[in-house]
Design a protein around this ligand. Structure first.
Ligand code: CDP
Ligand code: CDP
Length: 226
């Protein structure tokens, strides 16, 4: 399955990264977490105490940041300018600012360029919000993952508690709702299912079931091509 491209999009907490990583591992493809790239730019902007409303400044940061994704012990490690920021990009501060940064056309253009370069040889599973519609419109397999807001909030709640953050479920639900709304209503490449995406509702389904569903879609595609 060397050259297969798989696009996985959906709202926050639908299970995209977990599922995409395991699908990639299973098929021997490269996993690209595009959300981590928007988070990396947001992290760097916060580090530099940049003005988060200044599109020109944030776009320059996005263009100049050397963002790398490498396989790590618990999933992918994320590096910015040689510093490992895997955990730093998941803090509540980054999370609450990332959608505003991701809404800037200049930032999107810079990161989409990097994402397409990563996929140029094929053989990728890429997850995000605009992969099937914009970044990889020719991907052979496109999946739109969803789950109810309650389920997504519960998943994030458990995850953040596991990581040692003290979080409030109502606040988390509200933060996810606000981020989905911003991501869905922005002008450039909003969160949307591609017209040819397969919709998979993960609400009452185990991770294993969802992974198998996507692996079957990939195998069917490869079978058709042979
Ligand atoms: O993992 P989680 O669902 O919390 O978010 P993420 O995938 O890490 O993405 C963080 C944010 O980056 C999203 O809320 C979007 O604002 C933005 N994003 C985007 O605009 N386009 C993408 N292809 C991926 C992420
Ligand atoms: O990338 P995205 O924001 O779509 O979701 P994620 O970070 O992959 O998943 C959020 C949390 O939900 C993780 O802690 C997953 O382990 C968990 N999850 C789950 O419990 N059941 C699923 N079917 C999918 C994800």
């Amino acid at each position: 399955m060397k050259r297969l491209s798989v696009a996985i999009d959906g709202p926050a907490g639908a299970g995209k990264s977990t599922v995409a990583r395991q699908v990639a591992e299973n098929l021997g493809l490269t996993y690209v977490d595009t959300g981590a790239m928007y988070r990396a730019v947001t992290w760097k902007a916060l580090q530099k105490q940049a003005d988060l409303h200044n599109e020109e400044e944030i776009t320059r940061i996005a263009r100049e940041a050397d963002i790398r994704l490498t396989p790590g012990q618990n999933g992918m490690d994320v590096w910015v300018d040689g510093k490992k920021v895997t955990e730093d990009i998941r803090t509540p501060e980054v999370t609450s600012n990332v959608s505003a940064v991701a809404g800037m056309p200049g930032v999107r253009q810079a990161l989409v360029e990097k994402q397409r370069q990563m996929a140029v040889a094929g053989g990728v599973v890429m997850d995000g919000r605009d992969i099937g519609t914009h970044v990889l419109p020719d991907a052979e397999v496109k999946v739109f993952l969803t789950a109810s807001i309650e389920e997504r909030a519960q998943r994030r709640f458990k995850e953040m508690k596991r990581k040692g953050y003290s979080v409030d479920l109502d606040q988390l639900r509200e933060e996810i709702r606000r981020r989905d709304e911003m991501d869905s209503n922005r002008e450039h490449s909003p969160l949307r299912a591609a017209s040819d995406a397969v919709h998979v509702d993960t609400t009452n389904r185990s991770l294993e079931e969802v992974i198998q569903t996507i692996l079957n879609l990939c195998r069917t595609k490869v079978g058709e091509a042979e």
